[in-house]
Design a protein around this ligand. Sequence first.
Ligand code: GUN
Length: 290
Amino acid sequence: MQLIDGNRIATAIVAELKAEVAALPGRRPCLALVRVGDDPASVSYVRKKEQTAAEIGVEGRGILPPVTITQAELESLIDQLNADPAVDGILVQSPLPKHLDELAIFRRVAPHKDVDGFNTLNLGKVAQEDDTGFVACTPAGIMELLARSGVDLKGKHVVVLGRSLIVGKPVALLALQKRAGANGTVTICHSGTRDLPAITRLADVLIAAIGRAEFVTADMVKPGAVVIDVGINRVPDPTKKSGYRLTGDVHFPTVAPLCAQITPVPGGVGPMTVAMLMKNTVKARKLGAI
Ligand code: GUN
């Protein structure tokens, strides 16, 4: 079994981007990071994004509206950022508080600043295999991890567990694209799938993105499979100072020995999401400068 080291690969991408930003003419790229509320996971993710931005030379503009912000007020804030020529990319951290319509907010972000790739046009471009848009960061990170780990999806059966707009659907579309490294045969499984283990056992590459701690067990995995664990779940653990531990959607101790390659949690897909966000932000700056 070989561990896919997301930290190492993300660090290499961050170094590439740092050099790219240093060589850019004019002002630094600028990323607006909008976080509403104090969801502990979101606080930690946005902090990591700000730290990596600083490391690369991307200006991170943290925006923390009050948790009582209305839909109209948040839409107006997005409109202001869309119109601000000093802002290249806009990220609205998900999940938003329940009183807000998250999809409407994602759609409000101007396509050319949508570095998260969540709006309708950018997701449509993934389906159309049009590279001029932005690919959502976690799916893009998974494809990059596979490519840099020597995993070619051509002719492989890729099983995606989960159909979210943020991961499941876009990563399935990417794996399906008719291009080098992709060209997989893709199955998407979800909560309505009958006899899930029978399908996941057919996977040459299994991508678990359902947000349920340690859901994928050894009986669900074919020996020799490549397993990509997208889950970041907080499980109560009184032996930890924080009171919790992080675990993926895969039961790592029993699944890992079966696999040809597997990503750990933490240190697998997570750092790649941040690296791809930075890549998209640099792309937005470059496109804006043209
Ligand atoms: N929440 C979980 N993943 C993501 C992501 O990639 N982007 C944003 N904005 N929110 C998220």
